[in-house]
Design a protein around this ligand. Structure first.
Ligand SMILES: NC(=O)c1ccc[n+]([C@@H]2O[C@H](COP(=O)([O-])OP(=O)(O)OC[C@H]3O[C@@H](n4cnc5c(N)ncnc54)[C@H](O)[C@@H]3O)[C@@H](O)[C@H]2O)c1
Length: 462
């Protein structure tokens, strides 16, 4: 077992009544938080030298990467310097797209899985944008920061606690930005609901839900070297938690006044993916680790609860859930967007619209549409038109890239920091530990190492 997941057992805190006369202590699994090395400080609200022109190199140009290059061509003040992929045809295709769009050709790097080292070492690059398979993210990210670059890494950026701490420590040592490219926090409904929550429309948000429910059958055979199915085959737990967790953590101000304390995970047995493998290859897999459906419950320091689900195999419509339950209101994204409010006792501006508000049903469509317009997030108001035109999951991918470049150009703190990355990815190793130990509670490390309450509330820098 790796050194970062040496367990210490908590003998108090979780007590269960067995009989009226007997109580037994149920242990929770606590993980050792490595001490912050001397001389190293947190990177909360990190500001770096403004970069009026951001020179970007892309590593990983499979299904996801080329779209990112294309989106960046719509952002003024971006230079696309280098393109890298194991497969030469991938870099060539993207360079052709650049030329077609009237941009200078970028340097190309391809041929093997270590060629990216030449890219992180390039002198005239500010940002390394990583869209490779999950297991290569961290070695590229760490080296990029050591080579003096900011780094943006696709989701999930890190897959184990050792990897998470490596990114946190390297970001703190080098004072470089290390951002996870979590696009779902920029979807329009989520942005508006974040704004509503910050303005108190839901009262105090107490319970939130998120998910990644997406049948991946059309894609399984398209991933380079079968990396995604292989990871699911060998890992139990929620291996793709960030789309569900990111947006709801922002609403709860995680490490900006609250922190996740512990989780408990439950899964089903694995049926769909082993069946898929059997059908496609004839192989009978008996030891497939990832259950069809995984549910994880989290409790926070401030007494909030989070439910996160993962299912990439059942015949269900796509769903990220996104539900906010507050003391005065409720938001729901899937399968249809809905808002509900309790108006009793609300006064003046706090009442969005008196008509037809009812705590037990969604507000009528026209009220919802009016509210969504009124509370549209300022960032969406600023860039929605171009975002919808350029696209990328309806525009949210473009807003993510736009905000990244906007903040780098002005030397502002990024919307998401390395601690968000750590918190949203830590479900991958921690749910596996919980599941392999009979759904025991697992303590969630404070990746800020004491800084979770320093900043009060999430703000996107302007
Ligand atoms: N945010 C989102 O909505 C979203 C959507 C899809 C994928 N993703 C993420 O994007 C990443 C890539 O996914 P994908 O679907 O494009 O997978 P993919 O298999 O299609 O592409 C991965 C690419 O990386 C290249 N590669 C692998 N190792 C490399 C190395 N060492 N050096 C250079 N190139 C290397 C491969 O040749 C391949 O072209 C994953 O982390 C995935 O989870 C995110």
């Amino acid at each position: 077992m790796k050194k970062a997941i040496i367990f210490a057992l908590l003998l108090s805190g979780f007590l269960v009544a067995c009989t009226s006369s007997q109580k037994i202590a149920v242990q929770a699994i606590k993980l050792v938080t490595p001490e912050r090395p001397a001389g190293q400080q947190d990177v909360l609200q990190l500001r770096t030298a403004p970069l009026p022109v951001v020179r970007v190199a892309f590593i990983g140009l499979g299904m996801r990467g080329p779209g990112a290059v294309q989106r960046m061509t719509h952002i003024p003040g971006v230079e696309i310097v280098a393109l890298c992929d194991v497969r030469e045809e991938n870099t060539r295709k993207v360079n052709t797209m650049l030329e077609r769009r009237g941009f200078p050709k970028a340097l190309e790097f391809s041929g093997d899985t270590a060629v990216w080292r030449k890219v992180t070492a390039l002198p005239d690059v500010d940002l390394i944008y990583v869209a490779t398979d999950w297991v290569s993210h961290v070695k590229i990210g760490v080296q990029a920061m050591k080579d003096g670059k900011h780094v943006a890494i696709e989701v999930p950026a890190a897959m184990s606690l050792d990897e998470i701490w490596a990114l946190v420590n390297t970001a703190e040592q080098t004072r470089k930005h290390c951002i996870q490219l979590e696009n779902c926090v920029y979807d329009f409904f989520e942005l508006t609901c974040l704004n509503m929550a910050q303005q108190g429309l839901f009262g105090e948000v107490l319970h939130v839900e998120g998910a990644y429910i997406h049948g991946l059958q059309p894609y399984w055979n398209q991933y380079w070297n079968n990396w995604r199915m292989d990871f699911n085959r060998t890992h139990r737990g929620d291996v793709y938690p960030t789309h569900g967790l990111g947006p709801v953590c922002q609403v709860l101000n995680i490490h900006r006044g609250d922190k996740m304390n512990y989780l408990v995970s439950v899964d089903t047995r694995a049926v769909g993916n082993p069946e898929f493998i059997k059908k496609n290859t004839g192989e009978e897999v008996k030891d497939f680790r990832n259950g069809d459906h995984t549910m994880t419950m989290i409790r926070t320091e401030k007494g909030k609860s989070i439910l996160i689900q993962h299912n990439v195999t059942s015949p269900r419509p796509y769903n990220r859930l996104y539900q906010l339950t507050g003391t005065r209101g409720f938001a729901n994204k899937y399968p249809t967007e809905g808002l509900a409010f309790d108006t009793e006792g609300m006064e003046g501006d706090a009442i969005p619209n008196h008509e037809n508000l009812n705590a037990h049903s969604f507000v009528p469509r026209e009220t919802r549409v009016a509210l969504m317009e009124k509370y549209k997030h300022p960032i969406a108001r600023e860039i929605e038109g171009l975002a919808r035109q350029v696209g990328g999951h309806g525009g949210m991918d473009f807003i993510m890239d736009y905000r990244l470049i906007y903040c780098l150009q002005r030397g502002l703190p990024l919307d998401m920091d390395v601690y968000d990355l750590a918190e949203w990815c830590c479900l991958i190793p921690l749910t596996e530990i919980s599941l392999d130990n009979g759904s025991m509670p697992v303590e969630i490390p404070d990746f800020t190492r004491g800084g979770w309450n320093k900043i009060q509330g999430l703000q996107f820098a302007r």
